[in-house]
Ligand binder design. Structure first.
Ligand code: NIG
Ligand code: FE
Length: 416
């Protein structure tokens, strides 16, 4: 048993009321001017005012005492939506997009997601693992201590299972906690371009059963979008996944309002992502069911689109989370500090709202809130030391990372 005390820290954290924070509470955080955090074997045992924590734990059985020199201490970021398991970047496509070609037009021409599919099918599991590990460790340096990674660049059973096994290894062979999501419904593979419903049948009859038998994916996701999967196809796929025992997520209304946000409410998805084009009525239906809106501002930024209406969502009581969407096409970044900056400056979230969105609500969005997402007693001692007076530094000091120390389960895993 190892007991560690982190003292002399300005602690800023949400505390977990047992559900995601929403509406007026979206920005509910506690600030402890001179705080301390005590952990045993990586689990938080006490947190609060330094004097109180120390008086209850006088020191004789502490193994390590760390003086945080008054630095700001916040929970580690949780990134609840990434596609960082890929084999090659798409720089040439980025240039074409910057010249004006639409993201979905590139996909229609067999590029975009389908070009990543060709690359992932062509590499060995080992090569895919080392490419993915590089992105995961980059995320860790930017302060992400837990993340979700989706499959979706295989689009055939064997390669989807290869991706899920790589994603599973990332969780076992890096300091990060990783939540794997099956996204076989990411695009219609070229071989079924003329018979998309046949691919949906394969997803339902072959792929979901195989994935559920492999037992790695906790969630199933669908890209519900023109040129990808219709609302009806998405409903069929997600219903089958629910029967197979997986949690549900959906890429909803990213470019067009197909009603994905409404489907999320209908099926009781844990979260719906993107929501740039979602209509008000469906957002309200999500809010009523406490479905998390996972917003991906770097995608709007990279696609030069308007940001999702985050203020409106907070106003209607929809719990908001933030994620990178890290992928080689629409949002190539592992940096949660960058997302934090876009959320505050681009989407007008208050700093404390963005903090909750990138920690506690993000943990809820991937079913990890019992373990991570806030600095509650009993959760993992996953936290960051920032170079600044508070989390505002993450948005204010733009284009850099103000994360100076990353602790996972009480262990220092990155410092600068
Ligand atoms: O969330 N929109 C669908 N999927 C990803 C992009 C994946 C890719 O372009 O490779 C997204 O934006
Ligand atoms: Fe995505």
């Amino acid at each position: 048993m190892i007991r560690k005390l982190f003292k002399n820290a300005r602690i800023i954290t949400p505390f977990d009321p047992g559900k995601p924070l929403e509406g007026k509470e979206q920005g509910k955080v506690t600030r402890i001017e001179r705080g301390a955090l005590l952990c045993r074997d990586g689990i938080i045992e006490a947190i609060g005012d330094e004097k109180e924590v120390v008086s209850h734990n006088p020191g004789h059985d502490l193994d390590v005492v760390v003086d945080c020199s008054g630095r700001c201490l916040i929970p580690g970021f949780v990134d609840p939506h990434t596609h960082m398991c890929f084999a090659a970047t798409r720089e040439e496509e980025f240039s074409r997009r910057m010249e004006g070609m639409e993201y979905l037009e590139i996909l229609r021409r067999g590029g975009g997601i389908l070009s990543s599919v060709r690359a992932v099918r062509a590499v060995s599991e080992e090569e895919l693992f080392s490419a993915t590990r590089k992105h995961a460790l980059s995320a860790l340096k930017f302060g992400t201590t837990t993340l979700e990674i989706k499959s979706g660049y295989g689009l055939e059973t064997e390669t989807e299972l290869k991706m899920l096994s790589v994603i599973d290894r990332i969780g076992r062979e890096t300091p990060l906690d990783v939540v794997p999501t099956f996204l076989g419904a990411h695009a219609i593979p070229g071989e079924y371009a003329k018979a998309p419903d046949t691919y949906v049948d394969i997803l339902i009859q072959e792929m979901i059963p195989a994935v559920s038998q492999q037992g790695i994916a906790l969630f199933c996701d669908v890209f519900c979008e023109e040129g990808a999967f219709s609302l009806d196809q998405s409903r069929r796929i997600l219903s089958r996944a629910r029967d197979a025992g997986m949690g549900l997520k959906i890429h909803a209304d990213e470019a067009h309002d197909l009603g994905g946000a409404g489907l999320a409410a209908e099926l009781g998805c844990i979260s719906a992502e993107h929501l740039l084009a979602a209509n008000e009525e469906n957002l309200r239906a999500m809010a009523e069911k406490e479905i998390i809106g996972a917003l991906l501002p770097a995608t709007a930024y990279s696609l030069r689109k308007d940001y999702a209406p985050a203020r409106n969502m907070v106003k209607m009581g929809l719990p908001v989370a933030l994620a990178t969407d890290c992928n080689p096409g629409s949002s190539y970044t592992e940096s949660m500090p960058f997302i934090f900056g876009l959320a505050v400056l681009g989407m007008n979230l208050e700093v404390n709202e963005a903090l909750v969105a990138s920690t506690l609500n993000a943990a809820y969005a991937i079913g990890m809130a019992k373990e991570v997402g806030s600095l509650d007693k009993g959760k993992k001692a996953d936290f960051l030391l920032l170079d600044g007076e508070g989390p505002a530094i993450l948005a204010y000091h733009a284009g850099v990372s103000s994360v100076r120390g990353v602790y996972k389960g009480g262990e220092l895993v990155f410092s600068t």
